[in-house]
Design a protein around this ligand. Structure first.
Ligand SMILES: Cc1cc2nc3c(=O)[nH]c(=O)nc-3n(C[C@H](O)[C@H](O)[C@H](O)COP(=O)(O)OP(=O)(O)OC[C@H]3O[C@@H](n4cnc5c(N)ncnc54)[C@H](O)[C@@H]3O)c2cc1C
Length: 550
């Protein structure tokens, strides 16, 4: 054979990790599920295998490269408002539906680990394909609201809970299962929902359960292929209210919700997000008249939890990919994973990931009950965690990309996808500052919640000098006047989350993880760059072994 043309052979190049079981290789996840009494491991092993298969990594790649296409009109100019998705998107939607990612807690109302079981599903799926999480998250968050509307629930409850995927764009009455989205954000203001201008006029009677016609727009309206959206609009009589707005009307015509265009997004490419106009679209009022914001915020509280779990999933996938790659790739005569400086980067990623996992799953566990302690965690720590975990994922996904060197910056594969996906969780469902303001609002309106939360944190923090000092200083700082508090909002919320993470690690993780976290997170240099740690090499190796033993 003439080999003169062969300039080189491909060596020391490694594909991204796939064909592994995401559940079986995750020690921390297994510990967490056991701790919270989950009995569902066999199903999660199945899910871990499915989402980790080369087939589903491939579907994720395809769904993000072949992005949704809007068909606003048919060939003769009639409105169609149809979104075409690549078959790979439907594979993922089907898989999530099958594993109950959209409704697990409501399909298992008597289980005491239903929210932890849900979080495990969301976390497994989100490691490989995040775009799908958007309709899953919005459907999940809408269920408790619809459950309180008996007439509507009787019509659509079983279709919301169903684990059979039905991708057809037909009226709800013909479907086996349905998805719900949410519409709040308008051009003139997203964070400030009070600025909403879309109007709702009663068809006949007014009030809860009555039909209205909506006229106006939404500037961001994700997953417009959903079978209905919960939309905030203003009534003349009572101000803002929340409406169930179906995609199709019962007479078999489409509700006049005109999709103007799809957003051209940085990441989250598989998922469609749109701009819409309502031209007297039919909506049924849900919740009380004049209580539109609290109604939709209840849904947003669930979707804020889903943002924390979704970003935790991204951190986990970035970490595992980095560990697998550096265990194979060599530079300067050794595997990258054996180079001390690389070990500090990987160990810092591992500490951040475990801290995010402990917090996200503990928070999910608090959604099981409404005792004072769970309520305090939910109210204060849901926005706090959403703020911190989502922000950390933006920074750490960039660092993880660098672990792959030049290969990381090439725009194919999962590392680039995570890097581009990460920022969306910091923005939607309430951006960073809005989350901090929400934490401060919770503290001011309900100081008892803060006391209950701090008492719980103190029961562990008092065993450690660093945490004890931090707890006392932070509690004092949080008692300041509201104007001072707002100015320090980001600092206070960040400190609160790190303290909560340290406490959870101290309760549940091995000493080498907890010590590594506390020493680094309370060092004056931490946070300037990833990899500034005060750990010894053997501890680093144990940390990385715990993170990914495969
Ligand atoms: C991909 C994508 C999909 C989306 N899908 C949906 C959807 O399906 N439904 C929906 O309703 N919305 C959706 N959104 C909208 C999203 O929720 C909003 O963009 C977000 O809440 C911020 O609102 P805004 O864009 O109007 O920004 P603004 O409200 O103008 O905020 C701009 C900045 O100012 C900050 N800020 C606001 N108020 C204060 C304050 N008082 N003090 C200090 N800082 C402040 C914010 O934190 C933010 O950083 C989506 C957004 C994206 C990116």
């Amino acid at each position: 054979m003439n080999t003169a043309w062969m300039t080189h052979q491909i060596s020391n190049q490694f594909d991204e990790l796939e064909n592994y079981n995401l559940f079986e290789t995750d020690t921390v996840l297994q510990e967490i599920l056991t701790r919270y009494g989950s009995q569902d491991q066999a199903r999660l092993i199945e899910m871990g295998k499915a989402v980790g298969s080369a087939e589903y990594y491939d579907y994720a790649d395809l769904a993000n490269r072949h992005t949704p296409i809007l068909h606003a009109f048919d060939a003769r100019g009639r409105r169609k408002d149809f979104i075409e998705f690549h078959p790979a998107w439907h594979k993922w939607m089907g898989l999530n539906r099958q594993f109950d990612t959209h409704a697990y807690p409501f399909n298992h109302p008597n289980s005491t680990s239903k929210w932890v079981g849900w979080a495990a599903r969301f976390y497994l799926a989100g490691q490989v394909e995040c775009g799908n999480l958007c309709p899953n998250s919005m459907t999940l968050g809408s269920i408790p609201l619809i459950q309180r509307e008996p007439e509507l629930w009787a019509k659509i409850g079983d279709k919301l809970l169903s684990t059979e995927y039905d991708e057809r764009d037909v009226p709800i009455s013909q479907k086996k299962s349905i998805w719900l989205g949410m519409g709040m954000t308008e051009k003139q203001g997203g964070s400030d929902v009070r600025a909403n201008e879309t109007i709702a006029v009663p068809v006949a009677e007014s009030g809860r359960g009555q039909a209205y016609l909506l006229t106006g727009h939404k500037w961001f309206f994700s997953a417009p292929m959903c079978d209905a959206h919960l939309v905030v609009a203003k009534t003349e009589q009572d101000g803002l209210a929340c409406f169930f707005v179906p995609r199709w009307l019962e007479d078999g015509t489409k509700n006049p919700i005109h999709i103007q265009r799809l957003k051209e997004k940085v990441g989250n490419r598989s998922n469609s997000s749109s701009e819409v106009e309502f031209k007297e679209a039919l909506g049924i009022m849900i919740g009380e008249a004049g209580r539109g914001i609290p109604t939709i915020i209840e849904m947003a509280n669930y979707t804020r939890l889903t943002c924390s779990v979704g970003s935790t999933a991204m951190l986990r996938q970035a970490l595992v990919q980095c560990i697998a790659y550096t265990r194979q790739r060599k530079a300067f005569g050794k595997h990258l994973a054996q180079q001390p400086l690389m070990q500090t980067v990987l160990a810092d990623l591992a500490l951040e990931t475990e801290a995010a996992m402990q917090l996200s799953f503990h928070l999910a566990h608090c959604y099981e009950t409404d005792d004072a302690l769970s309520v305090a965690w939910k109210r204060v720590m849901t926005p706090a965690s959403k703020f911190w975990i989502c922000k950390r994922t933006v920074e750490l996904s960039g660092e993880a990309m660098e672990v792959f060197g030049g290969n990381g910056y090439v725009d194919n594969g999962i590392m680039a996808r995570i890097f581009k996906e990460a920022p969306v969780n910091t923005i939607w469902e309430g951006s960073g500052n809005v989350m901090c303001l929400d934490v401060l609002r919770a503290i001011q309106r309900d100081p008892e919640s803060l006391e209950v939360l701090f008492k719980d944190l103190a029961s562990t923090a008092m065993q450690d000098e660093t945490l004890k000092d931090e707890l006392q200083v932070l509690f004092k700082l949080l008692q300041q006047a509201p104007e001072e508090l707002q100015f320090m909002g980001r600092s206070l919320v960040s400190r609160l989350v790190i303290l909560a993470q340290a406490v959870l690690l101290k309760r549940y993780a091995p000493d080498y993880v907890t010590d590594g976290f506390i020493q680094s997170r309370y060092s004056p240099f931490h946070g300037r760059v990833v990899g500034i740690l005060a750990l010894q090499q053997p501890e680093v190796e144990r940390l990385l072994h715990r993170a990914f033993a495969a």
